[in-house]
Design a protein around this ligand. Sequence first.
Ligand SMILES: [Zn+2]
Length: 143
Amino acid sequence: MITLSPTQLATLQRHAETCYPNEACALIVGRSDANAKIVDEVVIVENAWQSDMGHSQRDRYLIAPRDIARVDRAASQRGLDLIGVFHSHPDHPSQPSATDLAQAWPEMSYLIAAVYAGRFTTLQSWVLQDEVFVEEALRSHEP
Ligand SMILES: [Zn+2]
C-alpha cells in the first residue's frame, strides 16, 4: 500500500491537468517498509522527452538523470528515499503501457494518472512483481 496526503494527491492531479495534452512527471519521496509506503513529498519535474527521439511528450516521458540524482540526494539527506515515479496518460487509462514496463525499476511505485480532455479522472499505483506490473493499493488521507 502507498499512502499520500490529500494535498499531495491534489498536486499530482493539478500537474497532470496543467501539462495536458502532454505527459506530466513527478518524483515521489518517502519512507517504505515491507508492507507500506508513506509519501513525504511530491517533487514536480519536467518532462525531458525530446521529439527528435521519436514520438512526442503526448505519449512519452523522460525524467532527466540529473533530476533523479538531485531528488534522490536531497531525500537521502533527510533519511528518506525515492520511492516512486509519477506520470500521466493523456486520453489513456491509468494503466502501465508496454513502454512503462520496459523502463520500470524494481521496488519503485509507478503512479499513473489518466487525464481525459484535460480533466483528471483516475490515479493508480503499480509495482513490478516477477517482471509484470501489479496494482498497489493507494490511499489518500491526512498523516
Ligand atoms: Zn505511461
